[in-house]
Write a protein that binds this ligand. Structure first.
Ligand code: DAH
Length: 348
């Protein structure tokens, strides 16, 4: 390898450096600048290839070429940095101009949810009972036959079972048909006196129509103490109804029958739709049933481990679905389950 070729190589370095500086200066944006960097300063650039040529030079010529290449690389890198900063600043400026924030534009509205009307009713009713000194408990939706029926004075062949057919998981395990089994669960867990409400879903094997569903809410209530009377029962449920519906809505009690209470009664409320005159919603009665109640049967107190000689009590089963219909004038239970926002939005 001759001296001449060393001079050639030095010339090439100069030419490459000048071409690189020229390309960098004329790069119009960061993309073009990046292309220039790859071409003139990248690992596969011509300048790098000149370096590999070094081994073919006489040793005395090598330092000169090495120094020239390094100097060229330094110049190129400096120019790249300077041009990069200038272009970056300009592009940022352009973006800020183009994307300027307009604080007068209307914001993005987030839709606001609301409680489902049934859940709202359950919470409103529970709040009223809490104000009256009741505790809130919960029990399982999958229940033993024993708790759902037998301990409530409903043996296997009792006709009361016919009205509460349900979904069985095994021979003796079922989806509870009522929240009443919690009367026993609470008594088994706590000695008297007791004042408790138990909300939750119950299930029935039922054909669905405007006033029947196969899944619905109940709120069970149990109050056991010394000297509890039917008057306490009537006073309590009437007060709850007045607080929930307003003091002007009329209620009435009718004698009824439940295997686990004696005597038993059902509470009705004056129909909100016809104000007592009779219409389709109330079956032309003028009144609508809100739930069952009664004095706890001595058998049930015994099954709960309580002594009926020492304590007495009342129990009730509230139907929040009915309460909701009668508060807001809703005539079809199925609306609660259709998930139609036009309906649900009215309860905000
Ligand atoms: N569990 C009854 C039902 O679902 C309602 C009921 C009636 C509950 C009387 C009670 C009660 O606690 O005393 O039909």
């Amino acid at each position: 390898m001759s001296h001449d070729s060393a001079v050639d190589a030095l010339d090439r370095v100069d030419r490459l450096r000048d071409a690189a500086l020229q390309a960098i200066e004329s790069a119009g944006d960061t993309k073009e600048l990046e292309a220039a960097r790859v071409r003139y300063a990248g690992r596969k650039s011509e300048l790098s290839r000149v370096m590999s040529f070094m081994g073919k030079l006489p040793p005395v010529e090598r330092p000169r070429l090495g120094n020239a290449v390094n100097a060229a690389k330094d110049r190129i890198e400096g120019a790249l940095r300077a041009r990069g900063e200038a272009l970056g600043a300009r592009e940022l400026e352009n973006r800020l101009m183009a994307e300027r924030l307009d604080v007068t534009l209307p914001g993005t509205a987030f839709p606001r949810g609301c409680e489902h009307p049934l859940l709202k009713t359950v919470r409103d009713i529970l709040a009223i009972f809490e104000q009256m000194g009741y505790a809130i408990h919960e029990g399982p939706e999958v229940e033993w036959d024993r708790y759902n029926f037998e301990l409530l004075n409903i043996p296997p062949d009792h006709p009361a079972r016919d009205m509460q057919d349900t979904f069985y998981l095994t021979e003796d395990m079922l989806l509870r048909t009522q929240t009443s089994p919690n009367q026993l669960r609470v008594m088994h867990a706590h000695p008297p006196p007791i004042r408790v409400v138990v909300p939750g879903f119950v299930y029935r094997n039922e054909a669905e129509d405007a006033s029947h569903g196969d899944q619905f809410y109940q709120i069970e209530g149990l109050c056991v103490d010394t000297d509890i009377s039917l008057g306490d029962l009537k006073g309590t449920l009437t007060e709850v109804a007045h607080r929930f519906f307003g003091p002007d809505r009329r209620t009435r009690f009718r004698p009824s029958y439940f295997p686990f209470t004696e005597p038993s009664a059902e509470m009705d409320i004056e129909c909100v739709v016809c104000k007592g005159a009779g219409c389709r919603s109330c079956g032309y009665e003028g009144w609508l049933e809100l739930g069952g109640s009664g004095m706890v049967h001595p058998h049930v107190l015994v099954n709960g481990g309580y002594d009926p000689e020492k304590v007495s009590g009342f129990a009730f089963g509230i139907g929040p679905d009915r309460y909701t219909m009668m508060k807001y004038g809703i005539t079809d239970l199925r609306l609660f389950r259709e998930n139609d926002l036009r309906f649900l939005r009215q309860f905000v």
